[in-house]
Design a protein around this ligand. Structure first.
Ligand code: GRF
Length: 208
């Protein structure tokens, strides 16, 4: 049996996607994986309380006005100290530096509440409403040093209804996020994929 994939989750706030991943691991739907660390860049993140309730190892690394590279290198040290294999961003609100992304190249995932490449960045649900999109959804993608721009792993769609507010659309998308993220993480942990250019495709499992 392969050793378990050691996952670190980076959060900044509510932490509901983090909880979906924790639940999926506990229920066995992401086999052969464990969460070794939760990092928050915000000491007041609600997600920290949930992580502590689940008896996960947590660390707060606040930016405190420091340059991105310095902040990222402190986070990197914590991840390396915990022998992290895979990083899942879950509502982590900072763009990662190039050095960070290179250190974990192909091993950082993010979930975004739109059908990328439409509506990257902040307030994706409001952007979809303002644009008049009829469908929206969520995307799990690899992280590179562009804003929500790395190769797409998985997506789910939801309708945008005439009566929607930002809140109702966000809630409909979030429900799908909580299903999509664990599925996508399980897919990546199984290693049954190949990245060809920007395309993430199903492939035979890696043997190394
Ligand atoms: C989610 O909508 C996620 O797609 C986006 O930030 C939000 C985080 O929510 N990246 P939560 O902290 O996981 O509840």
């Amino acid at each position: 049996m392969n050793p378990k994939t050691r996952i670190a989750i980076l959060i900044s706030g509510r932490g509901s996607n983090m909880l979906a991943l924790i639940d999926a691991i506990e229920q066995g739907s992401i086999p052969n994986a464990e969460i070794v660390l939760v990092v928050s860049d915000n000491a007041r993140a609600q997600g920290l309380i949930f992580a502590e309730e689940r008896e996960l190892h947590t660390v707060v690394i606040e930016r405190r006005g420091r340059p991105r590279e310095e902040h990222d290198s402190e986070i990197l040290s914590a991840l390396i100290n915990h022998e992290t294999d895979l990083i899942c961003l879950a509502g982590y609100m900072r763009l990662l530096s190039r050095g960070f992304v290179e250190a974990f190249s192909g091993r950082i995932l993010n979930i975004h509440p739109s059908l990328l490449p439409s509506f990257p960045g902040l307030d994706a649900q409001a952007q979809a409403l303002e644009h008049g999109a009829k469908w929206s959804g969520c995307t799990v993608h690899f992280v590179d040093d562009t804003l929500d721009g790395g190769p797409i792993i998985a997506q789910r769609i939801v309708p945008v209804l005439d009566g929607d507010s930002e809140e109702t659309l966000s809630a409909r998308i979030l429900e799908q996020e909580h299903k999509l993220y664990p599925e996508a993480v399980a897919f990546i942990v199984r290693g049954e994929y190949e990245v060809i250019g920007r395309r993430v495709i199903v492939a035979a499992p890696k043997t190394d």
